[in-house]
Write a protein that binds this ligand. Structure first.
Ligand code: PLP
Ligand code: COI
Length: 354
């Protein structure tokens, strides 16, 4: 891999006021693909900067693009780790297949990402709740206007030191159940992490924001009866002591934090059901005092308790808008494993070589 270091390094931001996704490190990784020239070329680490793209590049017109999100952590002794990186690159390959894009070599991607992060190790924040967010993405950049899969691609990884995704940290979020617009449907691209899914979610998110909510809770496209997921996280509900979460039926993202949460909960004796979760079931449980907790899971969002649900013209509050027991316990378990404070009995943590 060729490495070209930046001549001047950027001034680092105040690591106590990072927010999410606002600052980018000094370098990035780029690998180009050309079907006519042997596929993937050698990757390069280069100074962070703009791409030079043809205005006819097909990602700009037809949205042939996918991305991932994962995190790296650094402990007090300078040991660097990542959380389940192979799962992210495997999911990226599944997204690539759905969008007719070329797959990448997972082991090579993980190794090269490790090299990039080692160069950027001073950018990894260490305070609780902070990490280095890793954004791999792939875009189609052949220049043409016909609708067909591109023969050229750019795969790149950029890095961003982050704090919490939501402005108020672990404070319970307000979500609005959107029962008109939809984000994804069966047979569509809902389970792929592709650009169009996020573009399709923006109008609903703006509508929710105007009503004072932070996120949208999407329902299934066909019947609008079943809960799917929130814009950037999978959803869990604790109903009468049982943890329930929508099953992976093809229209929601198979979240890696979701999978981790299910495994940690089950290992600790919680009953977890992956199944259709009716919006009426959740509202009925709320009305009958049986909805113990609601929370979302995601790389950016980690474990985010939900304190308010708006549905039709009603506003429902969960546990007086206070963080609940299982959400807090799970947050501590997942972040504890991620930052090596709790033993990683699942072999999820990737350790960097010295
Ligand atoms: N659902 C959507 C739509 C997302 O964008 C994300 C974030 O990646 C998630 C769920 C959570 O997935 P993960 O836990 O793998 O980050
Ligand atoms: C992540 O959690 O990694 C995501 O991709 C969410 C993102 C859309 C902000």
């Amino acid at each position: 891999m060729k490495v070209t270091l930046a001549k001047e390094l950027k001034q680092k931001p105040d690591f106590t006021k990072l927010g999410f996704g606002k600052y980018f490190t000094d370098h990035m990784l780029i690998m180009r693909y050309d079907a006519a020239n042997g596929g993937w070329q050698e990757s390069e680490i280069v100074p962070y900067g703009s791409f030079n793209m043809d205005p006819a590049s097909c990602v700009l017109h037809y949205g042939q693009g996918i991305f991932e999100g994962l995190k790296a952590y650094k402990d007090g002794n300078g040991n660097i780790t990542m959380f389940r990186p192979r799962d992210n690159f495997n999911r990226m390959n599944r997204s690539a297949k759905r969008l007719c894009m070329p797959e990448i070599d997972v082991e090579r991607a993980v190794k090269e990402l490790e090299e990039l992060i080692k160069i950027e190790k001073e950018w990894i924040p260490t305070a609780p709740g902070t990490s280095l967010y890793i954004r791999p993405f792939m875009i189609a950049d052949e220049a043409f206007l016909g609708v067909h899969p591109s023969k050229k691609y750019i795969f790149a990884i950029i890095l961003s030191p982050v704090g919490s995704y939501y402005a108020n940290g672990l404070a319970p979020v307000k979500i609005y159940v959107e029962d008109t617009l939809t984000r994804a449907s069966l047979g569509g691209t809902g389970e792929a992490k592709c650009l169009g899914n996020y573009a399709a979610s923006l109008l609903g998110a703006e509508k929710a924001k105007q009503m004072g909510y932070e996120q949208v809770l999407w329902l299934d496209a066909e019947t609008k009866k079943y809960i799917e997921e929130v814009g950037a996280m999978n959803m869990f509900f604790v109903i009468d002591g049982t943890v329930v979460t929508p099953m992976l039926d093809g229209s929601i993202l198979p979240g890696i934090t979701r999978d981790s949460a299910i495994k940690v909960l089950k290992k600790n004796g919680y009953k977890v059901e992956e199944r259709h979760v009716g919006v009426d079931e959740v509202i009925d449980a709320l009305k009958n005092g049986k909805l113990d907790e609601a929370f979302g899971t995601g790389t950016a969002a980690v474990i985010s308790p939900v304190g308010t649900i708006g549905y039709k013209d009603e506003v429902y509050t969960i546990n007086d808008n206070k963080i609940c027991k299982i959400s807090l316990w799970l947050y501590e378990q997942i972040t504890g494993i991620q930052t090596q404070k709790i033993e990683d009995s699942f072999d999820w943590v990737y350790h960097f070589s010295k």
